[in-house]
Design a protein around this ligand. Structure first.
Ligand SMILES: Cc1ncc(COP(=O)(O)O)c(C=O)c1O
Length: 399
C-alpha cells in the first residue's frame, strides 16, 4: 500500500505513547528523521554562517537546503524563500516593508476568516500609513468566504489583499485563485496565509496567484521556523528595516539576527519526510510531494468524513462551518459543556485538542462565540488513524 498510516506512524516517537494528537492545527509531531537532522546539526559542530571553516559552511549549507526544500513544497523559487522564527514575526516584517510604499487615500483588504496573524499586522501598519482597511466577511451559516465580494472591495487604489488559504478553525478553503485574480486585475498584491493549508494538501503558489505565501514548518512535522515565499524580484523591490551591517541581498535582507541554523536542518528533513508519505511516490522531490500530499489529503478526508458524520448526528453538538472545500478540521460545541470542559475531558483520556479562539479572532467574534469560550477544535493530520478518531468520538459521545 502506497499510503500506509501504520508505517508512517511508526516514524514518530511521540506517537508511540498512545496519546491521540488531534491538535495538529496548533503544531504537529516530528518524525525521527527531523529530530535526528536537528540533533545531528548540533553534534557535527556548529557556527554562524559566512565563515571559511567547515562548521560555518554547514550553516550556509543548511540554510540553502531549507530554502530549496520550502521552494519545492510550495512550487516557489529558493531565492525567494525568507526564513524566520514564525509566520507572525515575518508577516509583521513584510507589513512594515510593504506599508513603506502605501500612501494616504489607498486601501488594503483583509478578511474575517483569517487567523489574526494575517489581519493585525496589516491593520496596524495601514493605520500607521493612513490607508483604509476594508473587510471581507464570511457567510455565517457556511463559514465560506465568498470571493464575489472582492469585486466591490477591490479597486484601483487597493494595494494589498491578505487572505488565508485555509481557516485554522473552520477549515474553510476559500477560492484563493479567484480572489488573487481580482486583486491583480486592480494592480493589488496578494498575501496568502498558508500556515493551516500547507499540511493538508498540495500547494502551488503559482496556481494560487500568491505574490507572498506564508507558512510555518511546525505545522508540517518540522521545527519552529516560519517562511514567506515570494519572487526574488518582488523581494528586491522592497526595503524592510534592517541593520546597516547585515546583508542587503534577498532573501537575507528580510532575515534579522542570527538564525536558527539547527532548525533549518530540520526544515529540509521535514520536506523530505512529506515527500515520502506515499512510499510509491517517484520522480523529483516536487513530484513526490505532489503524490504524497494528495494521498495524505485523501487519507485525512476519509477519516474526517466519519468523524463529521458522527458529530452531525449528535443533537447536542453544534458544528461551526460547513464549507464545500475544507481541511480535516472541525470546530464544535457540546450543549451543556463549556469548550474548556470538553477539551479537559478529552485531555483526561490522553486526547489532545484545543479549546478557545485559537487566534481566529475575527471569525469567533463574527460567530458570536468569542466571549463565551469560542469552541473546541479537533484537527486531523496525515498520521491520524481510525483508532484516534474512535477514541475521540467515544469521549464526546459519553459526555
Ligand atoms: C492559519 C494560521 N495563520 C498564522 C498562524 C501563525 O503562525 P506562527 O505561529 O508561525 O506565527 C497560525 C498559527 O496557528 C495559523 O494557524
Amino acid at each position: 500500500m502506497a499510503f500506509d498510516v501504520a508505517r508512517i506512524r511508526a516514524l514518530y516517537p511521540a506517537l508511540q505513547s498512545g496519546t491521540v494528537y488531534l491538535d495538529g492545527a496548533a503544531g504537529t509531531q516530528s518524525p525521527t528523521s527531523v529530530i535526528e537532522a536537528i540533533a545531528d546539526s548540533y553534534r557535527r559542530g556548529t557556527s554562524n554562517a559566512g565563515g571559511f571553516f567547515d562548521a560555518s559552511l554547514r550553516a550556509d549549507y543548511d540554510t540553502a537546503a531549507a530554502r530549496e526544500a520550502v521552494a519545492d513544497l510550495v512550487n516557489g523559487e529558493a531565492g525567494g524563500v525568507v526564513l524566520g522564527p514564525n509566520m507572525t514575526t515575518l508577516t509583521y516584517r513584510m507589513a512594515q516593508a510593504l506599508a513603506e510604499t502605501w500612501r494616504v487615500g489607498e486601501n488594503i483588504v483583509v478578511s474575517r476568516l483569517d487567523h489574526d496573524a494575517n489581519v493585525r499586522p496589516w491593520v496596524q501598519w495601514a493605520h500607521r500609513a493612513g490607508v483604509e482597511v476594508r473587510w471581507a466577511t464570511i457567510d455565517l451559516a457556511t463559514g465560506e468566504l465568498p470571493s464575489e465580494q472582492y469585486r466591490s472591495l477591490v479597486d484601483g487604489s487597493t494595494r494589498l489583499v491578505a487572505v488565508t488559504a485555509a481557516s485554522n478553525v473552520l477549515g474553510t478553503r476559500p477560492d484563493v485563485r479567484a480572489i488573487t485574480e481580482l486583486a491583480h486585475a486592480s494592480g493589488a498584491l496578494a498575501y496568502v496565509d498558508g500556515v493551516h493549508a500547507t499540511a493538508h494538501g498540495v500547494v502551488d503558489i503559482v496556481q494560487l496567484g500568491a505574490d507572498f505565501y506564508a507558512t510555518s514548518a511546525y505545522k508540517w512535522d518540522g521545527p519552529h521556523v516560519g517562511c514567506v515565499i515570494a519572487s526574488p524580484e518582488r523581494l528586491e523591490s522592497l526595503r524592510p528595516f534592517k541593520l546597516a551591517s547585515s546583508a542587503n541581498d534577498v532573501p537575507d535582507r528580510y532575515e534579522w539576527g542570527t538564525p536558527s541554523f539547527h532548525n533549518y536542518a530540520g526544515v529540509a528533513a521535514a520536506v523530505d519526510h512529506l515527500a515520502a508519505l506515499d512510499d510509491a511516490a517517484a520522480g523529483t522531490r516536487r513530484e513526490r510531494l505532489v503524490t504524497s500530499l494528495r494521498a495524505a489529503e485523501q487519507h485525512e478526508h476519509a477519516l474526517f468524513k466519519r468523524l463529521l458524520a458522527t458529530l452531525e448526528a449528535d443533537p447536542r453538538v453544534t458544528l461551526y462551518g460547513k464549507a464545500a472545500h475544507r481541511t480535516a478540521t472541525v470546530y464544535f460545541r457540546v450543549n451543556g459543556f463549556s469548550p474548556d470542559d470538553v477539551a479537559r475531558e478529552l485531555a483526561a483520556q490522553d486526547i489532545n485538542v484545543w479549546s478557545g479562539h485559537n487566534y481566529a479572532w475575527e471569525v469567533t467574534a463574527a460567530l458570536g462565540i468569542r466571549d463565551t469560550g469560542s469552541a473546541v477544535r479537533a484537527s486531523l493530520a496525515h498520521y491520524t488513524n481510525d483508532d484516534d478518531v474512535d477514541r475521540f468520538l467515544a469521549v464526546v459521545q459519553a459526555l
